[in-house]
Every structure is written in structure tokens, then in C-alpha cells.
Design a protein around this ligand. Sequence first.
Ligand SMILES: Nc1ncnc2c1ncn2[C@@H]1O[C@H](COP(=O)(O)OP(=O)(O)OP(=O)(O)O)[C@@H](O)[C@H]1O
Length: 242
Amino acid sequence: MEIKIMELTKTFKDRVAVDQLTLAIGQGEFFALLGENGAGKTTTIKMLSCLMEPTSGDAIMLGDSIVENPQAVKKKLNISPQETAVARNLSVQENLEFIARIYGSTKQDAEQKAIRLMEMFGLAERAKSKGRNLSGGMERRLSIAMAMISEPEIIFLDEPTVGLDVRARLDLWQILLNLKGQITIILTTHYLEEVEALADRIGIMHKGRLQALGTLEELKHQTGQIKLQDVFLQLTAEGEST
Ligand SMILES: Nc1ncnc2c1ncn2[C@@H]1O[C@H](COP(=O)(O)OP(=O)(O)OP(=O)(O)O)[C@@H](O)[C@H]1O
């Protein structure tokens, strides 16, 4: 398994944000992490991407521990956070080249990488547009493209389509579908249609715990529900009484 999460726990003062999460994710999998506000999704991906230390537990990412060797882990993955990292005064191409240079590319290499990613993310026509002039959808695509510069083997996308209109969301889904299988993708979202369109497997978190895990079909079967929305409501309600 490419990602092996073992009893991963994060506590803030007396609040348990992530509670002994145990989970394995395979290479090239598109994994969706679902859960209500405050369920612990963002905290989970911050720990897995080594932006936050766990209180206890561990995760082995491509053979390296996030606790023992976070520097090695960081080299193999990247994250596109909720708040985009796009520099508003730089153009699309400059944003990409800037990140490539930070990762040590030569000027020429950085340019080539930027051009390739702009094509992949449908941004080539807007190469010269400044970050501040981009639509929400383009800014989000650029932000993900920037996370791809380091050629990660695992990418985390934290609510990538929040605030996007229908067309921008569908465009981004198409790009993510094109990436599918080439790279391991871990997505958090509140949009259930997004999960249905993209994910191979789904984990539903509730109050810091992994409440359910499986393919969409498995979760439907497990709950006896037909629609993902009802699967979700049932699984996140069951936890209320436990
Ligand atoms: N830095 C922090 N300090 C204190 N509490 C925190 C911190 N970060 C998160 N929490 C708490 O941990 C819990 C889990 O939060 P988290 O942001 O991981 O949830 P989430 O599932 O990503 O929610 P959302 O869907 O709203 O983004 C929440 O109760 C939150 O208030």
C-alpha cells in the first residue's frame, strides 16, 4: 500500500479532531474523504502532508513515516490547500515558473514545466494573465497545477471546487479525471456529486473517526440506500448516538 495510516490522532487541548484513524490507500487511487464541517478532514490531510504533527499514531507514505522522516515524505507529495497559493501580481506562467525555481529547476526547465502544466490544466491561453484577473475556476486550476510542479506521487486537494460555478466545476472534474490513475489523489469535499463523478473509494469521517469506508456501491449496499446523499446522512447520523 502506498499510504498506510495507523491510529493517527490529533488533539487540540481537550478536543479530539482526528481520533485513531486507520486506513490504507493504494497507488493511483482517487480517494475521497467526506464528512460534515469539523469532522477532521483538513486536520487529517495536514498531518499526512506533514504540515501538522500528529499527537499520536503514524502514517507511512511511500515507505517513509510522517513522524520519523517528514522531510522525505514532503518530497513525494504536495497539497492544494483550501486557500489558493496563487500570487496575485504574477502571471499564470510566472506563478508556475516561480514554484519550479523554488524546487530547483533551471530557468529553461521551469519554462518547459510551466508550459506543459498550462496545457494540461487548460490555462495556456491565459499564460500572461495576472493572478488577480483570473476567474475562480482558473485560479483553482492554477493552484492545483502549482502543486503538480514538484511532480508529486501523491496530491491532496482540499475542497478544490468550493465556490466554483457549474461549468468551472465540470471543467476541473475533467482535468482531475485525466489525472486519474497517474497519481494518487486524496480529495476532501462536501459535494457528493463530485465524489460520485471522481472517486474510486470513499471514507466518511464523523467526529474525528472513520465512520465508513468503501466504494460507492459498497456503501450503498452497506446502508441499503440508493443515493449517496442518503448513505452520507445515515452514516453521519448513526454516530450521533454512539
Ligand atoms: N488549529 C486548531 N486549533 C484548535 N482546534 C482546531 C484547529 N484546527 C481544527 N480544529 C478543530 O478540529 C476539528 C476538526 O477540524 P477540521 O478543520 O479538520 O474539520 P473539517 O472536516 O476539515 O471541516 P470543514 O469541512 O469545515 O473544513 C474541529 O472541531 C475544529 O474546530
